[in-house]
Write a protein that binds this ligand. Structure first.
Ligand code: ATP
Length: 782
């Protein structure tokens, strides 16, 4: 059909697959499992199930023959109007209905679409009262008297088919004194008036309830959806950001009195001269770096005060890539889905989400390929993967920070069209860009100059507003007058009137005051997260085979050199000296392995860590997931080192204890390497720092020079090799340890026992691990 007036989209609750039916006046369409204009596979869906047609501008639905249809909880036996966000049950399969009204001609329409973009509205009503029927509601399923279960599954009384929602997310129960709401350990939380609910709480009429980012008002016997689709309207009021300039010590305004409104489903581009405050504004809008004055309201709720409520609704794609390059794209996305979606999401559901996202970003064909090998993905494809990572969690608002930088004009155009398509999918999309060629793909542009708003309106209107021929001329023009003058000019313009003043909600915040910012809720230790991260790390390790091979082969190679160089003499004194030398080299090698294995482990994926941390990544799962595969590697290296040496040189003594010394030392050194990795900000710095830590391990081990005074104390307090070498000497045979020199002193002096020394090595490892955690926390703060 050419140019349909209305497109009705059916979003499957189970697979999230979308099917569209275009409608025109006088041309009805039939949906069903096998026949008709739009095929909707699913349980109980008949080959021809429902007929849709337009009455005026509105789509209507009616059953074909006696097919069973339920629309938002009410059975349908005659034509009924479809509304955006309605729940449609065909047989036993649930779909959410999305209504799209395609744009007309591009340049004139952009303004019109923006001006008429849908505002959040009360789309339907959920009856929760004791005897109240579950009619006229978006509820699919059977309600229980005095109870309403909210969740992702069709059997819930209020079904919200979003991956952000847990299978059973929350429960409302009628008690003698009123209603209570209980969070069923949902991943993305239940919120009462913007505050995350722990356990259960009484609710009263007028309270605002949110399940993840889906918001409702409780009226006493109903839940009125504020917006059943979870769409986000961003309202920015008098935003300022003032920081202390470290060079001059004076206050500096990075953002100055910015007001604007972004409607749901709008694609807005931020542009301006370098240093004009684009990234600062983007981060103020998404809560990463809050403004210091004014407010940012999401659907009328203060973002900063209720950040946790919107955390799951916000997608953020930074400039750096946030995807692991060594594993297959779909595998990387699967891990992200496992980390971000509720734990009750099945593998099948996740595969469905990942498949759809890859389709959406046009990467379905590359799904099985890693970014780096065998044929690397292009720059544009790489950016699409980063975008896909964010889309897996189906955010309602998406922030993109210069993601098209460095791409050619054609790729930039395709990316901009993709962002526009995402906005048409009812996501609010905000993007910073330097490339102006394809800016007309967006609905509205924000032009910043020295932190002030110089223009907000359709991209097609910029040249006319500034009296220039080409958009790129605007930068030079802006420099010709003080920024305050441009801000005043805009304030007096019809664009300000249309796109700012008229759009601002007259009452300011539409919610009651939210008292406390809610801290992100992360469980101290999350097994599922740990297992997912561990499996991803293992995958990454195995994917980089060459690096893994080099790490593993170090051990037998060093062992081979030891075996070739050292010949054990018959004379006891010489034997004692050589055995302790071998012990020292073994210990040092184990420390070297551990430190080198881990020194790049955290810093190499810093952008991914920071992004995941801002969502729900826990520190304990993260560190444990690094330690366990590294422990496996150390185990292998130490076993090969000791095994090959033992095969070539006979050193009597306790072999098990000797292996223990090597393994514990390499793990303590692993922690030391992780600490390095947590404090530096590049791979190069990590590699450069390792020798600074390893050389003292040689000098202060007690094997090279006799330690005294401050040096001895320093070694005792901080050097792994000092204690590990002592432990290693303690594993040598009694005969060797009893050899004395002319002065009567032991040739192989041993200060402590194997267990005691290793206890101290383990303690040092723990201190390094704590330092690694501190380093990561510092990165979080920055
Ligand atoms: N914490 C801070 N302290 C002092 N100045 C800052 C701070 N953060 C940012 N700035 C300055 O504020 C200005 C705006 O920075 P921002 O990164 O938002 O600009 P931008 O428009 O995104 O720049 P670019 O296009 O170059 O990326 C810059 O001059 C920057 O140096």
């Amino acid at each position: 059909m050419s140019n349909p007036s209305v497109i009705v989209r059916f979003v499957s609750m189970t697979s999230r697959a979308q099917h569209s039916l275009g409608l025109q006046a006088g041309q009805p369409g039939v949906v069903g499992s096998a026949e008709g204009e739009c095929q909707l596979p699913g349980e109980g869906v008949l080959p021809q199930h429902a007929r849709l047609f337009l009455d005026g501008d509105d789509p209507f639905v009616e059953p074909v023959d006696n097919a069973v249809i339920t629309l938002s909880g009410a059975p349908v036996d005659k034509p009924v109007k479809l509304n955006d966000g309605d729940w449609l049950l065909l047989g036993a399969t649930a779909f959410q209905v999305r209504i799209v009204r395609p744009a007309a001609a591009p340049d004139s329409s952009a303004t019109v679409i923006v001006a008429q973009a849908p505002k959040p509205e009360i789309a339907a009503t959920v009856m929760v009262g004791g005897q109240a029927p579950l009619m006229q509601t978006p509820v699919v399923g059977q309600g229980r008297e005095g109870q309403l279960v909210v969740g992702r599954m069709p059997q819930c009384d209020l079904m919200i088919p979003s991956p952000l929602i847990s299978r059973q997310h929350a429960k409302l129960t009628q008690q003698p004194g009123g209603w209570t709401v209980e969070d069923c350990q949902s991943t993305n939380g239940t919120f009462v008036n913007g505050r995350r609910l722990e356990g259960s709480a009484a609710i009263k009429p007028g309270d605002k309830l949110a399940f993840a980012a889906f918001e409702f008002v409780f009226t006493g016997d109903r839940l009125d959806p504020i917006d059943s689709s979870g769409r986000v309207r961003i309202e920015v009021r008098h935003l300022t950001k003032t920081v202390r300039d470290s060079a001059t010590g004076a206050n500096k305004n990075l953002l100055d009195d910015i007001s604007l409104v972004i409607e749901p489903g709008e694609f807005v581009v931020l542009f301006g001269t370098s240093g004009s405050g684009k990234s600062t504004l983007l981060d103020a809008l998404n809560g990463r770096r809050p403004a210091t004055g004014g407010s940012v309201l999401y659907n009328g709720t203060d973002l900063y005060a209720a950040f946790d409520l919107f955390r799951s609704a916000i997608g953020y794609v930074p400039q750096q890539d946030i995807v692991h390059r060594k594993i297959a794209v779909e595998r990387a996305l699967h891990y992200t889905a496992r980390l971000r979606l509720p734990p009750d999401t099945t593998n099948l559901e996740m595969d469905g989400y990942v498949g759809q996202v890859l389709d959406k970003v046009g990467l379905a064909e590359k799904a099985a390929m890693a970014i780096d090998t065998p044929a690397p993905l292009s720059g544009g494809q790489l950016k699409r993967v980063s975008l896909a990572v964010e889309l897996v969690a189906n955010p309602n608002v998406l922030f993109l920070d210069e993601v098209t930088s460095g791409l050619d004009a054609g790729t930039d155009k395709r990316m901009m069209e993709l962002f526009r398509a995402l906005a048409e999918d009812q996501k609010t999309v905000v993007c910073v860009t330097h490339t102006l060629e394809n800016i007309e793909a967006c609905h509205l542009v924000v032009l910043l100059h020295q932190g002030k708003l110089a223009f907000y309106g359709p991209p097609q209107a910029v040249t006319g507003y500034f009296g220039i021929h080409k958009l790129s001329e605007v930068y030079e023009l802006l420099e010709s007058r003080p920024a305050a003058e441009w801000a005043e000019k805009f304030h007096a313009s019809s664009f300000y009137e249309t796109y700012v003043r008229r759009r601002l909600h007259p009452d300011g915040s539409q919610t009651g005051p939210i008292t406390q910012p809610t801290a992100p809720r992360r469980r101290w230790f999350d097994w599922l997260q740990t297992a997912t991260l561990m499996s991803r790390n293992l995958d990454l390790m195995l994917a980089d085979r060459r690096n893994l091979l080099i790490l593993i082969l170090q051990a037998p190679l060093i062992a081979l050199v030891i075996g070739l160089v050292f010949k054990i003499d018959a004379a006891l004194a010489l034997r004692a000296a050589k055995e302790s030398q071998i012990g020292f080299i073994l210990v040092l090698s184990a420390i070297w392995f551990g430190c080198l294995n881990s020194a790049r482990e955290l810093v190499k994926e810093l952008p991914i860590y920071l992004r995941e941390r801002s969502v729900n990544l826990g520190l304990a799962p993260y560190i444990v997931s690094k330690l366990v595969p590294l422990a496996g590697l150390c185990l292998l290296q130490c076993a090969m080192l000791l095994g090959v040496v033992a095969a070539m040189v006979s050193i009597p003594g306790d072999m098990a204890a000797r292996f223990g010394v090597l393994f514990v030392s390499s793990m303590a050194a692993t922690a030391m390497g992780l600490a390095v990795s947590a404090f530096v900000n590049s791979n190069d710095k990590a590699v450069a720092t390792v020798p600074i830590l390893l050389i003292p391990q040689v000098i202060l081990s007690g094997a090279v020079v006799k330690l005294e005074g401050g040096g001895l104390w320093f070694a005792k307090l901080s050097i792994i090799a000092y204690w590990a070498y002592d432990a290693m000497k303690a594993t040598l045979s009694e005969e060797v340890r009893s050899v004395r020199d002319f002065a009567g002193e032991a040739l192989v002096p041993v200060a402590g026992s194997v267990a005691g020394d290793l206890g101290i090595v383990a303690a040092l490892g723990t201190v390094f691990l704590a330092a690694a955690v501190a380093g990561l926390k510092l990165k979080d703060k920055k």
